[in-house]
Design a binder for this molecule. Sequence first.
Ligand code: G4P
Length: 522
Amino acid sequence: MAESLAEAVSRRRTFAIIAHPDAGKTTLTEKLLLFGGAIQLAGEVKAKKDRMQTRSDWMKIERERGISVVTSVMTFEYNDNVFNILDTPGHEDFADDTYRTLTAVDAAVMVIDAAKGIEPRTLKLFEVCRMRDIPIITFINKMDRESRDPFEILDEVEEKLALDTAPITWPIGRSKTFCGSYHLANSTARGSDTEVETTPVNGPKAVADRLPENERQAFIDETELAIEACRPFDRDSFLEGHMTPVFFGSALRNFGVRDLINALGAFAPPPRDQVADTRTVHATDDKMTAFVFKIQANMDPNHRDRIAFARICSGKLERGMKARLARTGKQLGLTAPQFFFASQRQLADTAYAGDVVGIPNHGTLRIGDTLTEGESLVFQGVPNFSPEILRRVRLEDAMKAKKLKEALQQMAEEGVVQLFSPEDGSPAIVGVVGALQLDVLKERLMAEYGLPVSFEMSRFSVCRWISADQPADLEKFVTVKRGDIARDLDGDPVFLAQDAFSLRYEAERYPAIKMVAIKEYH
Ligand code: G4P
């Protein structure tokens, strides 16, 4: 019998992995895919990353600096669930990309290096999740190495993140003697992840003999203490973002990964409601709705295509259906939506709320776009961050100014940079959150458009979107400050200031003008 929409939706888990670089995000992703049968051999994700890096010129930056700048989605099934992992770039210079990706998930896995605890990127990404009430499952990785005491790590999570912790499993042993996990509430144990099922055991004492004699009593004592002193898991509190269930493991050595997948299936929420301008959209609503949170070019250099990643928010997407693009009101034929697996993509005949599909297009779709089956509705909340760095693009060959304009427009639509056109007609200004984005822009302008460019300082260093309750106030401000006003890609006005001081000064002089650092696409 065909699966109902409600059943299909309830099986879906869409999540991201957040971590400080090197904590083990790639290794964990790989193991999740491996156990989900999406890849055959561990090493494919990395190998694939390397292969992609050699494919296109701009990705050289990745290779040279040893960072991942590619966000993508990967799907796998495990038991009864369909999992969509949305990968995020680890480097903070691409933070805006990561933040937008987090608008498309329903849960996050926070990977913590057991020796290092909470690191700066973990903290930052956690804050974004908290802002959006995204429930978080914690995976303490690298237990096979010298690590901190588990209680100490739990305390650090509670203190630094103001998040209640509920350890679900407890590590059996540490570093060299680490050999599995003990389930605190169920009294079951699992050795490595080659054991598909856990084994019922009669309390911690029953597993202590897996450890060297001198560690047994300490294990029994601390496990009993954990059962007694730690908070029990409360799913409501988790779903509200107040509590995190904690698992211990080693992604590299295959420990704890099955515990984590099972927790994602059992605890993480199915596709959440999404707020649109006219109403709240429920995942099980009949009609298909979706929004674009990422555009990626050059995924396949043979095709020079642009893929828009769309998160389906409700209903069912069927290949060949027509969708309405809210920004233009035009119809768009969804002739070749795609699913992504670790090493391949596949045409998506049907996709449900919670799924992420790639829609190949030649510039029709932009970040923040809403697609519907006809309803006039726009999703809120995909953020655009005010750039930290503003530059003018200097072209070596002045004859190619028109080509540059087109290229910059495309790069801005993809979210590589932001583009601001000054009201006074002076050359466009590009804005980025991190300097590496400028390197990517430079490489891509050269590789894809044959445009050698350099960057010049602009006299501005701060940028804010401006609005006013009374249109006349805004009009007046834009006229008076014409030399400091520019329009973004959507034509929305921004105020460019020399520095934070002059921004504050103008904000005080013109109290009717609202100046904001984050714009939500609309
Ligand atoms: P990231 O994506 O979060 O940046 O981390 P990644 O998975 O690339 O892991 C960073 C390093 O940590 C890698 O070592 C990886 O093998 C190692 N690692 C990941 N999980 C574990 C674990 O559970 N235990 C131990 N001992 N190491 C782990 P590398 O030497 O930097 O890279 P590679 O040469 O092994 O690929």
